[in-house]
Design a protein around this ligand. Structure first.
Ligand SMILES: Cc1ncc(COP(=O)(O)O)c(C=O)c1O
Length: 414
């Protein structure tokens, strides 16, 4: 009897071990801390705490009404079925028209466009289509964490190029040149940037385009914040190339049209890679929801007034939060030219005290009720910085700045 029990126990534990043995590729898999801190902030709110949310990159506006109306129309008009994996042909044609008009080019057709459920899948699927174990992928440091997370899953090695606050979070061209090797397969470029709000310049794009063509690597140009450029028109690598042989443009609707929950994004690249991306869609999501695709055309080509109003409001908030942060002793905030993030330098509150940005972020959340992210959520280059999203009302931004003033006064022992 006792032997039988032992065997049974062993079987149970073997079963437990088996059910918890996940694929090796998940070991060390990255995450996105914005979602982790969001959950922590919600847990504090559930205990009755008043939290100001500056942690997540999600506009606090409603989706423009013309887009919602178009989605209703699409649902009433049978756009409730599977579509081709790359997206409906008439939708891809319209997206191609939009891209040509926006970037002042004329060579993009439906064959260059794949529609995805969100922009993040463009990152994941591009990495899946291009990267083999041992290949190298270059990212900026700090940067949006989804690039490294995807590359890691496909066994690629990550190389980084540091961004510097002094130049508005650009990288030095010679630093990029240094990390390019014969194994470099992909460079993930992002401008306007998450997390710094910095933008790259015309010269940066020209340099990257030339280097990619000379050294034979792909560039994924993540331009999801392209409409959030406050001080100058948006610059793009698409202005520096005349074909998409080694280039992927990533764009999406989440930010410009406050459509994070709809899940809608798209890639623009050469037809061969587009076919591979389509294959990935066939084998994963099958297709993007039909009615959201129809609404997506309305977003890109329909009335822009609500989106424009939202972006104008973001510019006012940028100035409010930057001025507020710069009025706090020991906090230095570069005025970012794009996106809706600020990346204040808090080194005077970390280095002399032997603290990390993560220590500071925890105090700010738990003791002062402001949810934001440590710069290190975006790479080691983010040490000494915080990332705050100003996708919140001006009133809450003002309140948050006062709470931060108290937090830093306490941290400096004042
Ligand atoms: C730089 C960047 N690219 C892509 C995305 C993904 O957008 P989506 O929500 O459409 O997947 C984000 C979202 O935060 C982002 O910051």
């Amino acid at each position: 009897m006792s032997t039988a029990k032992t065997d049974e126990t062993q079987t149970d534990s073997a079963r437990a071990q088996f059910s918890q043995r996940f694929a090796q590729r998940l070991i060390g898999a990255g995450t996105e801390d914005a979602f982790v801190v969001l959950a922590q902030a919600k847990a504090l709110e559930a205990q009755g705490r008043d939290i100001i949310h500056l942690q997540i990159g999600e506009p606090d506006f409603d989706t423009p009404s013309n887009i919602i109306a178009k989605a209703h129309w699409a649902l009433d008009n049978h756009y409730t079925h599977y579509t081709a994996s790359a997206g409906l042909m008439q939708v891809r044609e319209q997206y191609a028209n939009y891209v040509n008009a926006r970037y002042g080019i004329n060579y993009v057709t439906a064959d260059n466009i794949v529609i995805f459920p969100g922009a993040k899948p463009v990152v994941f699927n591009s990495c899946m289509a291009l990267l083999d174990p041992g290949d190298e992928m270059i990212i900026m440091d700090p940067t949006y964490p989804a690039y490294a997370a995807a590359a890691h899953l496909f066994g690629a090695t990550i190389k980084t190029v540091p961004l510097s606050e002094e130049t508005g979070f650009r990288f030095r061209h010679e630093d990029l040149e240094k990390v390019v090797s014969s194994k470099t397969k992909l460079f993930c470029l992002n401008s306007p940037q998450n997390p710094t709000g910095g933008i790259l310049t015309d010269e940066d794009f020209a340099f990257v385009a030339k280097l990619a063509q000379e050294r034979g690597f792909y560039v994924l140009s993540d331009e999801i914040y392209n409409r959030f450029c406050y001080d100058a028109p948006h610059e793009s690598i698409l202005h520096k190339i005349d074909n998409l042989d080694q280039f992927i443009l990533l764009d999406g609707h989440s930010k410009t049209y406050a459509m994070t929950g709809w899940r809608l994004g798209f890639s623009v690249t050469n037809p061969e890679l587009s076919k591979k991306l389509t294959l990935m869609m066939t084998n994963t999501a099958s297709c993007t929801a039909a009615f959201t695709q129809i609404a997506g055309v309305e977003a890109l080509l329909g009335d822009q007034s609500e989106a424009d109003e939202m972006i104008a409001e973001f510019k006012l908030r940028r100035d409010l939060i930057v001025d507020g942060l710069n009025s706090i002793p020991g906090v230095h905030c570069h005025r970012p030219a794009g996106a809706f993030y600020v990346f204040p330098n808090i080194k005077e509150h970390t280095t002399p005290f032997g603290r990390t940005s993560s220590d500071v972020q925890k105090v700010i959340l738990n003791d002062f009720g402001v949810a934001c992210l440590p710069g290190t959520s975006f790479g080691p280059g983010g040490e000494g910085y915080l990332r705050l999203s100003y996708a919140n009302s001006r009133e809450n931004i003002e309140k948050a700045v006062e709470r931060l003033r108290s937090a830093f006064a306490k941290l400096s022992g004042a």
